[in-house]
Design a protein. Structure first.
Length: 123
């Protein structure tokens, strides 16, 4: 359990892929109204068919760390590869206990990312 907590804390304190993407093709905001977590996902199509991914946001350590984890994993993948990511991927990174106890916080970024990819495909 401590290994998962350390991993989350590392991503929270030193987030990867955090920052506004000025020339994004899609920008999508997701949130948990009950707790105030907010994640904004930025996507840009690359010439090779992959996507550049970044995020901004605010909220609890779990939501922001998971945004970092999700964006780090998704950056450079194709839309199809991103859509294949699921909650099992998060469970492997943050552990089943944290995922179950903080499900809405942990999955906010992944769910918002997938919605952003869907928006990208329809635009």
């Amino acid at each position: 359990m401590q290994e998962f907590l350390d991993y989350i804390l590392d991503h929270y304190q030193r987030p990867r892929r955090r920052g506004r993407m000025e020339e994004a093709d899609v920008v999508l905001k997701g949130g948990n109204p009950g707790c105030g977590d907010v994640v904004v996902i930025y996507l840009r199509r690359n010439s090779d068919g992959t996507l550049s991914v970044s995020f901004t946001g605010e909220g609890c350590a779990v939501s922001q760390a998971c945004a970092s984890i999700v964006c780090e994993e998704a950056d450079g993948k194709t839309p199809e590869e991103i859509m294949d990511l699921n909650h099992t991927f998060l469970e492997e990174r943050i552990g089943p206990d944290i995922l179950r106890s903080r499900l809405r916080c942990a999955t906010l970024a992944l769910d918002t990312l997938k919605a952003a990819v869907s928006n990208l495909k329809t635009s």
